[in-house]
Write a protein that binds this ligand. Structure first.
Ligand SMILES: *Cc1c(COP(=O)(O)O)cnc(C)c1O
Length: 365
């Protein structure tokens, strides 16, 4: 009896009736691009995130790219990014022609270390792009303070942080704009690709709305060189069916995380640390071990699936060989890639399986 890392089929079956009805509603409506389903999801997602505006997009990478474009960030501009993130964060910056300035993580939270940001600022710096990695909000107060003092924009990568809270407020618009992914494995996942931005700025929302639709407000009238990055109404309907359940699903993740943290004390692993005032979305439960590969292998043999987020840091990817960054240029990002291991977590993971994960990990360390 093996334990999968994440069971997306089980998530569908739990809401099968609602999801099937939502999809059928769109099929029967005859309206397959933008329209009422998108508008309804946008207002529901904005309300959930405690923000004024949401704009539905094709995926999370586009959300990041269009957010940068909406803030007029491009060639000649520097953007400060975490060294330790999924590569999409970096790809958006280079896609708009801006220059990446990676900053190392706080070794206890794995998020960008605010104490290292100011040393990376130059006269060309335009924006900070913190990521709420693994669903744990980055330390936004010092980040926003630095941004204010240096007149920088703040774009948040919220792709792993649906429903998380920083000092009571939902992730949604601590900075200028938050970028979301609804990739199936995210905490709020579609049945295909999807993305969005949330913001309290009507101007940013408006610019992104135009950019996602060929740069057009009125059909065949193009104000700017936009692209096609529209959220699919079928996916919007699926997301609307799931959204009312998101908080309960996050609660189930939290219970699993609490069980792991209690059950894995004192077994030699580094466990996630959550500072006061932060409520993570528990997208992932990541442990660290110097013998990560051995641990992964023994767990696999015991029937427990794990994943590595992420095995190669962006600066060591062939895609970024052109930056000329040596592996040791960003030693913390490299160390994370060597030591992290994500344990199974998800709303459909039965508590009895979480208990078996704990037993198996204790036997495998
Ligand atoms: C998933 C993810 C993205 C990209 O989202 P897509 O919808 O797959 O394009 C961006 N950043 C982070 C941190 C992610 O986890």
């Amino acid at each position: 009896m093996s334990i999968p890392f994440l069971d997306l089929g089980a998530a569908y079956r739990e809401l099968e009736t609602e999801i099937d009805a939502a999809v059928a509603r769109v099929l029967e409506s005859g309206w397959y691009i933008l329209g009422p389903e998108i508008e309804a999801f946008e207002s529901e997602w904005a309300a959930y995130c405690e923000t004024k505006h949401a704009v539905g997009l094709a995926n999370g990478l586009d959300a990041l790219t269009l957010a940068l474009r909406a803030l007029d960030i491009g060639s000649g501009d520097e953007v400060i990014v975490p060294s330790n993130t999924y590569i999409a964060t970096w790809l958006a910056v280079t896609e708009v022609g801006a220059t990446l300035v990676p900053v190392e993580p706080d070794p206890t939270t794995y998020n960008i270390d605010p104490a290292r940001i100011e040393g990376a600022i130059t006269p060309r710096t335009r924006a900070l792009l913190p990521v709420h990695l693994y669903g744990q909000p980055a330390d936004m107060d010092p980040i926003l303070d630095i941004a204010r003092r240096h007149d920088l924009r703040v774009i948040e990568d919220g792709a792993q942080a649906h429903g998380a809270r920083y000092k009571r407020r939902r992730i949604g618009a601590h900075g200028d704009v938050v970028c979301w992914s609804f990739y199936p494995g995210k905490n709020l996942g579609a049945l295909g690709d999807g993305g969005a931005v949330t913001t309290n700025s009507a101007d940013i929302a408006d610019r992104i709305r135009v950019l996602r639709n060929y740069g057009s407000r009125v059909k065949y009238v193009n104000e700017v060189q936009g692209r096609n990055s529209r959220l699919d109404p079928i996916q919007a309907a699926v997301l609307r069916a799931k959204l009312p359940h998101l908080d309960a699903w996050t609660d189930r993740r939290r219970l699993i995380a609490a069980a792991y943290t209690e059950g894995l004390q004192d077994c030699g692993l580094t466990l996630p640390q959550v500072p006061d005032g932060i409520n993570p979305a528990w997208h992932l439960y990541v442990v660290r071990s110097p013998d990560r590969n051995g641990l992964e292998k023994r767990l696999r043999e015991a029937g427990v699936a794990t994943l590595i987020h992420y095995p190669i840091p962006p600066h060591m990817q062939k895609a970024y060989a052109g930056l000329g960054l040596a592996p040791k240029a960003l030693p913390l990002a490299r160390q994370m890639a060597d030591e992290v291991l994500s344990l199974p977590i998800g709303p459909q993971l039965p508590p009895v399986n979480a208990a078996r994960v704990i037993e198996s990990v204790r036997a495998a360390v």
